[in-house]
Design a protein around this ligand. Structure first.
Ligand code: NAD
Ligand code: ZN
Length: 350
């Protein structure tokens, strides 16, 4: 259980960064940059350096933490910093952080001088089981999540669960939502197993199973022509709720909290428009509500949420597309749903 081969790159699992040390020693790269946010600079960088034998041969690029910084303004700053450091096409960028760092760092690297190599070292549960794997890079534009980006695989991904030791509980719960999603869309046994797990004490083998599921799906359909869309289960509504919360709430929801709520709404839609049974719908919504804070959507906000959903990248010909469960452990994509049903799914939350 220490290596997963994916299309064009390797995901190293609990390898203590040893293969990275080899890459760095190979002198393949003219310069090494490590991209962090303020939190991962303080909490993860020392461990990263120690694992590599007190490694100091890099320049640090540090940004502010948070989704609101996953923007073109920050990218321009990073591109300029790379230029100031004299970075050529043979340099390497190591993204050490959560999904914001791996998404934005990957985007900057895949576009700087038409593309330099990058390596992801995810330090949140969410980025370990999801964001760092699969080659999607990107940034938000105005209120639209991941609006601009590329499909570019990192050279490698290193998953070290010891980085999670400093992660706040709320962030663990955020990543756990994607693990629940993995079970719901392809593996009923895994979903059932997770129901018996304390999310504060997740074992490496569960994280590995999630990475394996994500990797299998993206290897089969790297550019989201079809099957990969099942990974968007919970995200059509979840992304709209995430954006809504970012704008309207004093303490916005995390990505995973929003997706958890989205998964309840989309389970409702799966029961209405696909073959998910009412019993399974009850199981999913009561399990999620046991773990995640209840989120009340006011009726006057329904239109704004629909508006956000209109900008979803999965839409075709202006129609909102959903990935809906046919049962726990199986998911269909390109499902159409009426506006009334979507509104009913918001009301189902209340
Ligand atoms: P994040 O990067 O904002 O991290 C969450 C918080 O945890 C931040 O404050 C960060 O500084 C802090 N942090 C990171 N590592 C830490 C550690 N080890 N100890 C303590 N604090 C730490 O966000 P995230 O939740 O990791 O990821 C969410 C992002 O990922 C969203 O932008 C989402 O769109 C994106 N995403 C992308 C994909 C993809 O396929 N590319 C998939 C899922 C999610
Ligand atoms: Zn997600």
């Amino acid at each position: 259980m220490n290596k997963l081969d994916s299309a064009g790159h390797t995901i190293h699992f609990e390898a203590n960064l040893a293969p990275l040390a080899e890459i760095l020693e190979s002198n393949k790269y003219s310069k090494i940059f490590v991209f962090v946010d303020r939190n991962t600079s303080e909490l993860c960088l020392p461990q990263f350096q120690e694992m590599l034998g007190d490694f100091t041969g890099f320049d640090l690029i540090e940004t502010d933490p948070g989704e609101e910084n996953k923007s073109i303004d920050f990218c321009i700053g990073i591109w300029k910093t790379l230029l100031d450091f004299g970075a050529d096409r043979k340099c390497l960028m190591i993204n050490l952080g959560g999904g914001v760092i791996t998404d934005m760092g990957g985007f900057v690297a895949s576009t700087y001088k038409r593309g330099i190599d990058f390596i992801n070292i995810p330090t949140t549960l969410l980025s370990q089981v999801d964001a760092s794997v699969g080659g999607k890079t990107g940034i938000d534009v105005d209120n639209v999540k991941n609006m601009v980006g590329t499909f570019t695989l990192p050279q490698a991904v290193f998953i070290e669960t010891s980085f999670l030791n400093t992660l706040p509980k709320r962030e663990l719960l955020s990543g756990f939502a994607e693990m629940i999603k993995h079970g719901l869309i392809v593996d009923k046994d895994y979903y059932t197993e997770l129901q018996g797990v304390d999310y504060e004490k997740i074992e490496a083998k569960a994280i590995y199973r999630s990475v394996e599921i994500k990797n299998d799906v993206v290897t089969e359909d790297p550019h989201e022509k079809g099957l990969r869309k099942i990974l968007n289960y919970g995200h059509t509504i979840g992304h709209a709720i995430e954006t809504y919360s970012l704008i309207n709430d004093n303490a916005p929801l995390t990505h995973g909290e929003a997706i958890a709520i989205g998964m309840i709404c989309e389970a409702f839609l799966s029961a209405k428009n696909n073959t998910l049974s009412n019993e399974e719908l009850d199981n999913i919504s009561s399990y999620i509500l046991k773990l995640y804070p209840k989120y009340h959507i006011k009726e006057k906000s329904f239109d704004q949420l629909l508006e956000f959903m209109q900008s979803d990248k999965k839409n075709e010909n202006g129609e909102i597309m959903f990935s809906l469960l046919s049962r726990i452990g199986a998911c269909d994509f390109n499902c159409r749903v009426s506006k009334t049903d979507i509104l009913d799914s918001f009301a189902y939350l209340n």
